[in-house]
Design a protein around this ligand. Structure first.
Ligand code: ZN
Length: 150
């Protein structure tokens, strides 16, 4: 059963069955060692049901996924001896030509001093107070529209 109309047959995460790399598995979520890691021990936490967008996950599933990710992050950090962990998620990646599996997932990426990962922070240097305020206003407006719909 899919939630967004995509055929399960076309999604490698809906069909995933390599038990050797599954590190956690319950009724709603599973977690695997990434096939194409940014760093060793890179983990994907995946809802079993197909969702492309984070905001489409039922609340209980989003909570459940992040609570599992919290536990797994500690285990990954210990197992990998990482200096830190970066969390990223793929949300709605079928838009914009990203070459990623369009099934929502949360990445747990161990970080090591000098690991040279292509994750670049501070891409826009000093965004400025005016722009930040405009972005904050836009998000607050979206939250108010969202609250009116609920
Ligand atoms: Zn899927």
């Amino acid at each position: 059963m899919t939630s967004e109309g995509q055929s399960e047959n076309s999604c490698p995460l809906c069909d995933f069955d390599d038990r050797n790399v599954i590190i956690a598995d319950d009724d709603y979520v599973f977690a695997i060692i990434s096939e194409n890691p940014i760093n060793p021990y890179h983990v994907l936490v995946v809802p079993k049901e197909h969702y492309e967008s984070f905001n489409r996950l039922p609340d209980f599933l989003a909570s459940h996924l992040f609570l599992l990710a919290k536990r797994l992050s500690a285990a990954v950090r210990q197992a990998s001896q990482a200096h830190a962990i970066t969390h990223l998620s793929d949300d709605g990646v079928s838009w914009g030509g990203f070459d990623l599996v369009p099934h929502y997932k949360l990445h747990i990426i161990p970080r090591f001093k000098g690991d040279g990962t292509p994750i670049v922070w501070h891409r826009q240097s000093n965004l400025g107070s005016l722009a930040r305020t405009q972005f904050a206003d836009a998000v607050r407006s979206a939250l108010q529209r969202q609250a009116r719909k609920e």
